[in-house]
Structure formats: structure tokens, C-alpha cells
Write a protein that binds this ligand. Structure first.
Ligand SMILES: Cc1cc2nc3c(=O)[nH]c(=O)nc-3n(C[C@H](O)[C@H](O)[C@H](O)COP(=O)(O)O)c2cc1C
Length: 333
């Protein structure tokens, strides 16, 4: 510190105030499709780039209609979107590269993070992190046979957080645009804490640009991550953005204050996604399950989360659902 200069704040807070951060929407299959992304962007903002939920082929070289609609440019006109693939097969990877390039995307994100045993047992998702040779093979082919920009999204490993350390030196030999790391291992699923020491080790052992991902659920938790990893300037937010869609804009404004019309805006957002999913999904059960899934997240930012979610769970048809949401919003708006 300079002589005579009074230091009011620790250095980290100066860094926080001066450096611009980029926030990315981390994909959630079943939640962050184009309907959600567009509504989110319209009502809240604060997100620079949206990663689309993964495309999975299951052995068939064909892109399902649901993925096609999700990535169609006309459904994402005002958004920056990066498609994602989950595979451990080079032919599948190249097939998806060709598809996304044909519709106009320049980058493909590769999912090496999914923790579910049905995926990892087939050597995909976080089950692929330790398979350095297969990752090299796919990256070799992608870079030799196409001009796609590849980025990756990984966990630290499946069984232990050292797995990524064996893979990172090989990744240094490829022009990967960035690697987003969800600082957990696959075996944890979503339980337990994030492993900041594991993330730091990854940071110390790569030449690539790392993005941080995991458990950013509030402005305070964002500040804690930013404080710990002062060189990181890209942060991915997944569940926290669904639980509290105001979070990205509040992080960008470095403020813990909600706008005065918080619940009114939230209600309009809710009504829009409900209407769109109701139009798209046929029959009473799919829309009930879809909205129940969202409310499992939404309820956590309401004054009484358990009571709120209980009301939604009890609603068995459209009229009861409308009544439940009327009651929930009447308590806050
Ligand atoms: C229901 C669900 C679906 C997910 N789908 C995807 C996906 O399609 N692609 C992906 O890379 N990650 C997926 N994830 C992981 C999240 O993007 C994110 O990495 C993880 O939740 C940790 O970040 P968070 O603590 O900010 O949520 C999913 C997570 C959940 C809970």
C-alpha cells in the first residue's frame, strides 16, 4: 500500500468494483429451452450468452425435432446461444458439428459434466473426464476435419477431483475456446459443497481460459467466488438463475436490492412461460409436471418456500393451478 494512502476496503473489493464480469446461463435440460431463454431475456437480462441444453443422439445419426426447434435461429433471434453436445463418440460429435454449422452456429460446447449413472456408465458426461485418449481422439478429428470452435464444460472428475489434472495437459494442445468447470465430481451428483481447492488446482494446471460454475445462488455467493478467484471473469449460473431470475442483473449492478416491482415482473414472466408451455404441451399432466419443476426452483425465492411449493403440488388441474398461483402472487404483489 502507498504511504499515506488510507485503505478503506480490502483489495478484492476494489477488484470487484473495477472488473467487468460476463455471466453465462448454464444449461438445464428440461428448463432452459428457447421459451424460457426468451422470456428470461425479455423480463430480466444480465446474461451475456445462453448455453443450450445438450443434444444427445443415442447412437442414431439424427437430430430430434425438440433439439431442432430449440436451436432454430428464428426461435433465438435476440439471444446469443451456444449449442451443446453430449457424446463420447467421434462420429456423433462430427454429425452434430455439421448440423449446428448448417444452421449457422460457429461454436459447439461439449458436455463432460453430466453426473447421472445412466450417462456416466456409458463413458459420457463426467464419466469421460478421465478418458484422456478418447477426448484427444474426438478433439483431433473435430479440429482436423472441421473448422468448428470447440468449448468444453466439465466436472473435476467422476470418482475424484484429480481426474481432470491428467486430462488438462492434453487439452493444452488444442485450441479450445474455454473450459467451464462445475467444481464438483460426478459421484457427488448435486450434493455436498463445491470444491474450490479442486478448481484452483485446475486453474494452476491449464493454459486455457476457465469459466467458473457451481452454486452461485445469490449476490453474496457470487462475491465470495469472485473474491477467491480474482483472475476469473466468466461465471456460469444454472439453478440460481431459475430460482431467482433477478440474480444476473443484480450481480451486474453489484447490488443486493431488488427492483420495486419485483413480484409484478416475476408474475408477468411466470404468466408468459405458463401460457407458452400450456400451448405447446398437450394434456393436463405434462404442463402440470413442467410448471411443478419450475416451482421447485421458483418457490425458494418466495417468502415461504415450503408453503408456496405445497400449493403448487396440490393443484391437479388447470383451474386449481391458476387458483394456486393467484394466491401465491396475491401474498407478494
Ligand atoms: C435438471 C438439470 C439439468 C441439467 N442439464 C444440463 C445440460 O443439459 N447441460 C449441461 O452442461 N449441464 C446441465 N446441468 C448442469 C448445470 O448446467 C450446472 O452446471 C450445475 O447445475 C451447476 O451449476 P449451478 O450450481 O449454478 O446450478 C443440469 C443440471 C440440472 C439440475
Amino acid at each position: 500500500m502507498e504511504k499515506g494512502k488510507v485503505e478503506f476496503w480490502p483489495t478484492s473489493i476494489y477488484q470487484l468494483m473495477s472488473s467487468k464480469v460476463t455471466l453465462l446461463s448454464s444449461p438445464l435440460q428440461g428448463f432452459t429451452d428457447f421459451r424460457f431463454r426468451n422470456a428470461f431475456h425479455h423480463y430480466f437480462g444480465g446474461i451475456d450468452t445462453f448455453y443450450a441444453p445438450y443434444i444427445r443422439l443415442n447412437g442414431k445419426l439424427a437430430i430430434k425435432g425438440v433439439y431442432q426447434r430449440d436451436l432454430a435461429l428464428q426461435n433465438n433471434e435476440t439471444l446469443t446461444v451456444i449449442p451443446q453436445v453430449m457424446t463420447s463418440d467421434a462420429e456423433e460429435f462430427l454429425y452434430v458439428v455439421k448440423y449446428v454449422q448448417e444452421i449457422g452456429y460457429k461454436e459447439l460446447n461439449w458436455n463432460l459434466g453430466c453426473p447421472y449413472p445412466m450417462v456416466t456408465k456409458q463413458g459420457m458426461g463426467s464419466g469421460l473426464v478421465k478418458n484422456t485418449e478418447q477426448i484427444r481422439h474426438i478433439l483431433d478429428r473435430a479440429h482436423n476435419e472441421t473448422d468448428i470452435v470447440v468449448s468444453m464444460k466439465m466436472r473435476l472428475g467422476y470418482d475424484n477431483p484429480l481426474e481432470i489434472l491428467d486430462t488438462l495437459p492434453m487439452l493444452d494442445t488444442f485450441p479450445i475456446k474455454n473450459i467451464a468447470i462445475h467444481a464438483r465430481i460426478g459421484k457427488q451428483l448435486y450434493k455436498g459443497g463445491v470444491d474450490w481447492d479442486g478448481f484452483q488446482k485446475a486453474l494452476d494446471n491449464t493454459k486455457h481460459t476457465l469459466y467458473y460454475n457451481g452454486d452461485i445462488t445469490s449476490v453474496e455467493s457470487f462475491r465470495a467466488v469472485k473474491d477467491r478467484f480474482s483472475t476469473i471473469d466468466h461465471f456460469m449460473i444454472g439453478r440460481g438463475l431459475i430460482s431467482d431470475p433477478f440474480l444476473p442483473q443484480m450481480i451486474q449492478q453489484n447490488s443486493t436490492d431488488y427492483p420495486e416491482n419485483r413480484w409484478q415482473v416475476f408474475k408477468e414472466f411466470h404468466d408468459r412461460i405458463f401460457q407458452e408451455y400450456d400451448e405447446y404441451l398437450s394434456g393436463p399432466t405434462p404442463i402440470k409436471m413442467k410448471m411443478r419443476g419450475f416451482w421447485e426452483f421458483f418457490a425458494t425465492s418466495f417468502p415461504n418456500p415450503q408453503k408456496t411449493f405445497k400449493k403448487i403440488k396440490k393443484a391437479n388441474n388447470a383451474a386449481q393451478y391458476q387458483q394456486a398461483t393467484r394466491e401465491i402472487f396475491s401474498e407478494v404483489v
